[in-house]
Design a binder for this molecule. Structure first.
Ligand SMILES: [Zn+2]
Length: 433
């Protein structure tokens, strides 16, 4: 065991598949020729001693600052922590990004102090879940990476320095290839659905999955007065759960109940694994037209009902990219006849439910003109779960922003949606009796 621990001091190197390569250093001096040997031994270490070593480390790391210096040829990123964090670096292409995966981290610097500079075009950070945080650095083009170099300053703070240089496409691709080694860490790191029972028994209760849009590093839209969509959707999802659970024989599962990032495909999977009878995704996005306001109910379709719906779906579908995940290839056209039938039936149920929600909300709330719209939202793609997405209002509109943060309004809106769920569920449950 002592041998393995010694190797851990040298390096852990992991591979995330074709497009993502990660390499984890415990010691920056380790380099070059040792790397291959270390990769092999690190893999052995990984198999022999899976995580858990950090279980006794409950306090989040504190990140005091992210300093960027340099120009559009060469930029240095320096992070200052209270103590040394585990770090996994990943490089992605399309667009080029550098990802820093960290243990739970409190980001203590004011966000206005983190300004993109030099090679760096964007910088986002936040929680992925209660144990992991992430920083996503967007670059304007191919780059090479040196570091991290780890130092300690006079206050005992741990400093981590990364050097990014502009590079040719070939050099960038070579760096991706160079770092390659086994183990699909993306898949491992995004699995967190152990809490689902996957119950598909006939006598399971009528199940509604309520999906709070965005979360963690993916903030979603921002209101003119600073409200964050991810907070609004979570508060609303909890209220909606409360209202729906008043209905006899109906249970509710939330796709997230805290400020963590959940990918779009995970959200769909949670619905399917729960054998959900309904999937309701809640949002409060921004649109370019600041006068647009009011609730809107969306169902899925290949062709969008209007330009605004198409734009919304596009920005919504980019949620995974915001958090530094690669977008999957478009699904291949499925020709399975049974699945086609299921899909068609599911679509019918989605439409029926959407109409009930519109009717019910219209009685008590401001709705947009033509409140039922459709577009290609990825989060609505489960073939066997009737799904809708509700834009509660638009954060680009000041009046909506105020309402969306109002507890009374939330309760009223959630009760209206719950009333529609009740009507729909009664019909469906009667059909099975
Ligand atoms: Zn949204």
């Amino acid at each position: 065991m002592r041998f393995f621990l010694a190797m851990k001091e040298l390096a852990n190197i992991e591979d995330f598949g074709d497009d993502v390569v990660a390499f984890k250093f415990r010691n920056a001096r380790m380099a070059g020729g040792l790397r291959g040997l270390a990769a092999l031994l690190a893999l052995v270490f990984f198999l022999a001693a899976p995580s858990g070593a950090r279980a006794g480390d409950p306090l989040p790391h504190r990140l005091f600052s992210i300093d960027l210096t340099g120009d559009d040829q060469s930029t240095t990123v320096m992070l200052q922590f209270d103590r040394e964090p585990e770090l996994v670096l990943k490089m992605l292409r399309g667009p080029e990004r550098l990802i820093l995966d960290l243990p739970a981290t409190a980001f203590e610097m004011p966000s206005e102090e983190v300004v993109p500079k030099g090679l760096i075009q964007s910088i986002r950070y936040g929680a992925m879940d209660s144990e992991r945080s992430r920083i996503v650095i967007g670059l304007g083009g191919p780059f090479t990476l040196e570091g991290p170099v780890r130092t300690t300053d006079e206050n005992g703070h741990h400093q981590l320095t990364l050097q990014l240089d502009t590079a040719s496409r070939n050099a960038f691709e070579a760096m991706l290839r160079d770092r390659a080694a086994p183990a699909d860490a993306i898949a491992v790191s995004t699995q967190k659905n152990g809490r689902l029972d996957g119950n598909t028994a006939q006598d399971k209760p009528f199940t509604v999955v309520v999906d709070a849009g965005h979360g963690g590093i993916d903030i979603g839209a921002r209101g003119r007065n600073g409200a964050k969509e991810k907070d609004i959707t979570l508060a609303f999802a909890r209220q909606l759960k409360k209202q729906i659970e008043k209905i006899d024989g109906v249970r509710v599962i939330l796709t997230r109940d805290d400020d963590s990032f959940v990918s779009l495909s995970q959200r769909v999977r949670i619905g399917r694994q729960a054998g959900a009878d309904l999937f309701v995704s809640v949002h409060a996005d921004s649109v370019r037209q600041a006068y647009v306001r009011g609730a809107t109910v969306y169902t899925i379709s290949k062709k969008a009902s209007d330009a605004m719906a198409a734009e919304l779906a596009d920005s919504e579908n980019a949620a995974d990219a915001v958090a530094g995940l690669d977008l999957p290839e478009e699904d291949e056209e499925v020709t399975d006849i049974l699945l086609d039938l299921t899909r068609r039936e599911t679509k019918g149920f989605s439409l029926r439910f959407a109409r009930k929600v519109v009717d019910s909300m219209e009685e008590v709330l401001v709705m947009i003109k033509r409140p039922h719209r459709h577009a290609g939202f990825r989060v609505l793609t489960a073939p066997d779960v009737p799904s809708i997405l509700i834009e509660l209002g638009y954060l680009s509109n000041k009046n909506d922003e105020k309402l969306l943060q109002d507890e009374d309004w939330r309760r009223k809106a959630a009760a209206a949606i719950a009333a529609a769920v009740k009507k729909y569920a009664n019909v469906r449950m009667a059909a099975f009796r």
